[in-house]
Design a protein around this ligand. Structure first.
Ligand code: ACO
Length: 424
């Protein structure tokens, strides 16, 4: 099969068909409008392949997720976040020397320019840390020029990866009115982040191994997910040749929404609401199914996964393990388990293939780690950063990249004459 035939207005048109490396078929409609005069209508781009990409493979029917060909289960079990960053951005797993060098560079670029600290002072304590993250990501471009050569791009990528976690921790410290804690070069990426988050000058803070491992797992599971809303945003902004920092800042804001990365915060708010309302989760299940109610079961459903989300499966187990290891009990975990059990046996959810997504259990682990709810989406952003970067880099190097500029079907008023105000 090399062509697809389209019968339109009594005329037949041929369009090339091609296949991805895992057998996914695509009809190339690049010339659809030029040949037929019509455009493809696909709101939400659910059927639109916006690019060719060799970074992530998802089979939503089978619950499969691969980063650069490696199953997520293997990476979650055996790798660590820094190695996954390297893999996503460079395409291959690093050798020992390559990993050591990468880690070294990530360690020695963690400081942000001292002037940038003043930006944090301008925000009210109630500012959502995602607002600060987005502004700071874009602001990095004021300090580090847009470099076009491969070495320069690589340097800015290292800077962004290294500084993003400093910015995230500073945003948290700002929100609780504590002094910023500077990065430490003797700690791993995740341990250093925890140190900047939770250390206080008056005390000797020891980074816990349990927390470091839990965080590493969470970051790996969030690291990349092909053309989701925020990643497509990064690519779209980057397609205009906007610099890396500006493109990533746009990704942060896209992630913030409650239907995307903001869902992890919403899940905890929802579970808390159910608990405060007496724990009657069945009432909320009914509301989620009621089309007259705006309530949705947050952390449920996914555009691509129609069987199960492999990340949610890993996190459900991790939530049990981490809470056990930390000796924490959380009534919200019981409510979450009950909701899941009912939903998996309820025809509304079964027929619509709605399963827990990555956000359903992640918030419970973040809570057990001592992170406040409004930092959950920041944690998602920290995890997703290497994915955004890898996609931005791939987009930049792809000779087929054109400025992203979809068409529309105009449904407004047809041409009419302007009426002066006095005659209206
Ligand atoms: N609760 C109740 N009903 C739902 C839910 C839900 N969480 N999700 C989807 N549905 C229903 C819809 O009402 C719709 O029903 P209908 O066919 O009777 O009209 C059907 O399932 C299909 O839903 P869509 O909204 O068309 O699916 P879409 O692919 O556009 O949206 C999304 C996917 C945004 C994730 C959606 O499932 C949702 O809003 N979930 C809750 C928010 C959430 O958890 N987001 C995180 C997603 S994962 C991530 O970004 C990391």
């Amino acid at each position: 099969m090399t062509t697809a035939k389209l019968l339109f207005d009594n005329q037949e048109y041929d369009f090339p068909v091609f296949e991805g490396s895992e057998g996914e078929k695509a009809i190339d409609f690049t010339k659809l409008r030029a040949q037929t005069g019509a455009v493809a209508y696909d709101p939400g781009y659910g059927n639109t392949g916006s690019c060719k990409s060799s970074i992530t493979f998802i089979d939503g029917e089978e619950g499969v997720l691969h980063y650069r060909g490696y199953p997520i289960e293997q990476l979650a079990d055996q790798s660590n976040f820094v190695e996954v960053c390297y893999l996503l951005i460079n395409g291959e797993l690093p050798t020992q020397d390559e990993l050591a060098d990468f880690q070294h560079r990530l360690t020695y670029h963690t400081l942000i320019h001292e002037d940038m600290k003043k930006f944090f002072e301008g925000y009210p304590p109630s500012a959502h840390p995602m607002a600060i993250m987005a502004a700071m990501a874009v602001s990095l471009s004021a300090y580090y020029p847009d470099l076009e050569d491969p070495e320069g791009i690589d340097l800015n990528i290292i800077r962004l990866l290294a500084k993003f976690k400093t910015i995230a921790a500073f945003a948290y410290k700002k929100s609780i009115g504590q002094p910023f804690i500077y990065p430490r070069n003797d700690l791993s990426y995740t341990a250093d982040f925890l140190h900047m988050m939770f250390a206080v000058p008056a005390e000797d803070y020891q980074v816990s191994d349990v927390l470091t491992r839990a965080l590493d797992l969470l970051l790996i599971l969030h690291a990349e997910h092909e053309q989701n809303c925020s990643t497509s945003t990064v690519r779209m902004v980057g397609s205009s040749r906007a610099n890396l920092f500006a493109s990533i800042g746009a990704g942060v804001t896209a992630l913030w929404g409650p239907l995307h990365g903001g869902a992890n915060q919403e899940v905890i708010n929802m579970l808390q609401m159910i608990k405060d309302d007496g724990g009657d989760h069945r009432k909320y299940m009914d509301m989620a199914k009621d089309k007259n109610s705006p309530f949705r079961l947050m952390g449920f459903g996914h555009r691509v996964y129609k069987n199960f989300d492999p990340r949610a499966r890993i996190l459900k187990q991790a939530a049990d393990d981490v809470l056990n290891e930390l000796g924490v009990t959380d009534p919200l975990l019981d409510i979450a388990r009950n909701l899941e059990e009912i939903a998996l046996n309820d025809s509304y959810f079964v027929e619509r293939k709605l399963y827990p997504n990555v956000d359903f259990y992640s918030g419970i682990i973040y809570r057990a780690m001592g992170l406040p709810t409004n930092m959950f989406t920041v944690m998602f952003a920290l995890g997703r950063l290497p994915g955004w970067i890898a996609q931005w880099k791939e987009m930049r190097n792809d000779p087929e990249t054109r400025i992203n500029r979809p068409r529309q079907i105009y449904t407004g008023a047809t041409e009419r004459d302007y009426q002066p105000l006095a005659q209206r």
